[in-house]
Design a protein around this ligand. Structure first.
Ligand SMILES: NC(=O)C1=CN([C@@H]2O[C@H](COP(=O)(O)OP(=O)(O)OC[C@H]3O[C@@H](n4cnc5c(N)ncnc54)[C@H](OP(=O)(O)O)[C@@H]3O)[C@@H](O)[C@H]2O)[C@@H](O)CC1
Ligand SMILES: Cc1cc2nc3c(=O)[nH]c(=O)nc-3n(C[C@H](O)[C@H](O)[C@H](O)COP(=O)(O)O)c2cc1C
Ligand SMILES: Cc1ncc(COP(=O)(O)O)c(C=O)c1O
Ligand SMILES: [K+]
Length: 528
């Protein structure tokens, strides 16, 4: 029953997302591989890494980073034209677009700046639609667990805007006048949302926005004194910047994050902050087509996607402080295989990706070690089973030295399990049975791959694969190659590790002992 459970292939889906790619002469539909996003249960330490790896798909971020010309930039006139087309012939209302734009901004912020660290948000909203985006974003941020404040000094008397204000008031989001705002914004807020001006900005900022922009500029000078100040998130255009030329005098605001909407405007090429996101997941193909837009695909159901390079991180600063329930001797099973199953069930329940992936370490007769990942395919009192090629490097090493170790790491649960023991091949019948339970593609793959040998190129494998696929296209039985089968590790030592704060982890080791001629497992606590 349990081994059937692990047989199920979980979330290994690679599906194809169409997006429109245009060259001057043609418009063709390109299929981009996109991998279903994995769930990271704990935030990783730095905002940069967090953003890169967050739930909404490191894979599509990778796609957009591989090619710097991947994204198109719009002129001011084009941005206005697209706006008109969307809200004219394409049937959108301004309310709809603003809602989606504001939601994109809020989700982009939430991907990088977690509310546990950055709770106090000030949205400074201007008189136009950019200001409207700011009001919508503030509402979503409230629902995401932030504490937003709004400064909205030049209100527009249209029902859309008064409705947005009423919605925020009903959530008790405080509205602050420019007089209420502290001159130095660095102490009272963690995030400043710059929603003053978007693509219709022209000339020099007029009061009261000139002063508000200046207060954002001042924050950089504070920065030089190495104080941790609030981060600035600009919506669509860093306010005060020329929509196409950018920060002409070099004295404008320097946002940490820019959320471009629909497509980035030309000024975004000059953006030097750490986080450039794209939002506004509503562009129909006809617009992408007409303006020859290259836009990255949005991952999964996300409202935003990172564009541009993620910030460089200092690897030495990456660390987690593990916070877990205590793992005590009194709680554990006397049999380590039972304890393993308990933890495996927890890993399944936590919806971790491939909880049955384990590192297998082997050493040949020369004593040189090697490790690789394999998938656990069954466990019982007899041992831990995986399948592989009997002519691979690991197989050679196991034939020379049958000792091996297994390692599971369940990141989302702060747990690792080490298992050591001796290895034997499983019976031929067992291998046969498992082989035929695999997807036919993987069965053919096992025939094609002379695992661990040198191949002249991918095309060779692909060619052989195609031939065999054709040969077995009638659905006939694909014979298991003699060189493919399972191994079973009979455990002689276990260690269960539960991460704890300040590196004072729990480590319980099980080793076999003979008492009165009976084999029992002795449990020892090891120092972390
Ligand atoms: N499809 C899309 O792309 C979508 C776009 N959306 C959003 O709309 C944004 C564009 O909105 P928008 O056209 O209302 O213009 P925006 O820049 O917010 O402000 C114009 C106001 O500012 C004023 N103003 C101008 N210059 C000034 C100055 N120097 N100093 C002072 N004031 C100045 C100007 O007054 P005026 O000069 O006309 O008297 C007017 O009142 C866009 O960037 C995006 O955020 C999303 O909501 C939905 C989808
Ligand atoms: C998550 C994961 C699971 C894997 N599972 C298996 C497996 O079950 N069997 C296998 O032969 N290779 C598996 N591989 C590939 C191995 O890591 C390795 O590349 C291959 O077995 C060749 O190893 P060797 O040259 O050391 O023998 C897996 C790789 C990953 C990343
Ligand atoms: C080469 C190879 N063999 C076998 C496996 C085990 O996979 P399956 O679940 O198809 O047996 C894997 C998994 O990644 C693999 O890469
Ligand atoms: K702005």
């Amino acid at each position: 029953m349990w081994s059937q459970l692990v047989h199920k292939t979980r979330r290994m889906t690679c599906f194809l997302l169409p997006y429109y790619h245009n060259s001057p002469s043609t418009t063709k539909l390109i299929f981009t591989p996109h991998y279903s996003s994995s769930v990271f249960l704990r935030p990783v330490s730095s905002p940069a890494v967090r953003a890169f790896c967050s739930k909404s798909g490191a894979m599509s971020s990778l796609l957009s980073l591989q090619n710097p010309d991947y994204v198109s930039f719009l002129k001011q006139r084009e941005a206005a034209e697209i706006d008109e087309t969307l809200m004219g012939p394409l049937g959108f209302s301004v309310d709809q677009l603003m809602e989606l734009a504001g939601l994109s901004v809020a989700t982009s912020i939430a991907e990088v700046y977690k509310p546990t660290e950055y709770s106090r948000v000030l949205a400074i909203c201007g008189p136009g639609n950019n200001g409207g985006d700011g009001l919508v974003a503030a509402r979503h941020l409230h629902h995401f667990g932030y504490k937003p404040f709004v400064c909205y000094p030049k209100r527009t008397q249209k029902p859309l805007y008064s409705g947005l204000v009423t919605q925020l008031e009903s959530l008790s989001v405080p509205f602050l006048s420019t007089e209420d705002l502290p001159l130095d914004l660095s102490k009272d807020f963690d995030i400043l949302v710059d929603a003053m001006f978007g693509f219709s900005f022209h000339g020099a900022p007029r009061p009261p926005f000139d002063d508000l922009i200046q207060r954002l500029v001042c924050l950089h000078s504070n920065d030089q004194t190495h104080q941790k100040g609030p981060v600035i998130v600009s919506i669509d255009i860093p306010s005060g910047w020329h929509v196409e030329e950018g920060d002409i005098g070099g004295e404008g605001i320097k946002p940490d994050m820019l959320v471009s909407l629909t497509a980035p405007k030309l000024c975004a090429k000059k953006f030097c902050g750490s986080h450039h996101f794209l939002g506004g997941r509503f562009v129909p193909p006809v617009i992408a087509d007409k303006y020859k837009l290259h836009l990255p695909p949005y991952p999964g159901t996300s409202m935003c996607v990172r564009i541009g390079k993620p910030p460089q991180v200092d690897i030495s600063t990456l660390r987690e402080n593990y916070i877990s329930p205590e793992f005590l001797e009194e709680q554990v099973e006397s049999d380590p295989v039972d304890q393993f199953r308990k933890w495996f069930d927890d890993a399944m329940a936590a919806d971790l990706r491939e909880p049955n992936a384990m590192a297998l370490s082997t050493a040949g007769k020369d004593g040189k070690l090697s490790s690789r990942m394999v998938l656990l395919k069954g466990v019982d009192k007899d041992g831990f089973v995986w399948y592989t090629n009997y002519e691979s490097r690991k197989a050679r090493e196991l034939s020379e030295n049958p000792c091996a170790s297994l390692l599971f790491y369940w990141e989302g649960l702060n747990r690792q399990v080490r298992i050591e023991g001796s290895v034997q091949k499983v019976s031929d019948e067992e291998s046969e049975q498992y082989f035929h339970s695999r997807p036919r593609g993987s069965q053919i793959g096992a025939i094609v791959s002379k695992q661990s040998s040198v191949v002249p190129g991918r095309h060779v494998l692909y060619q052989q694969y195609k031939e065999l696929e054709e040969k077995f296209s009638d659905g006939s039985l694909i014979p298991k190659p003699a060189h493919w089968g399972g191994y079973r590790l009979k455990p002689k030592l276990f260690e269960f590790w539960q991460g704890q704060q300040s590196r004072l982890h729990d480590r319980l080791q099980y080793s076999p002992q003979e008492i009165d001629g009976k084999l029992v497992w002795k449990i020892d606590r090891l120092a972390p």
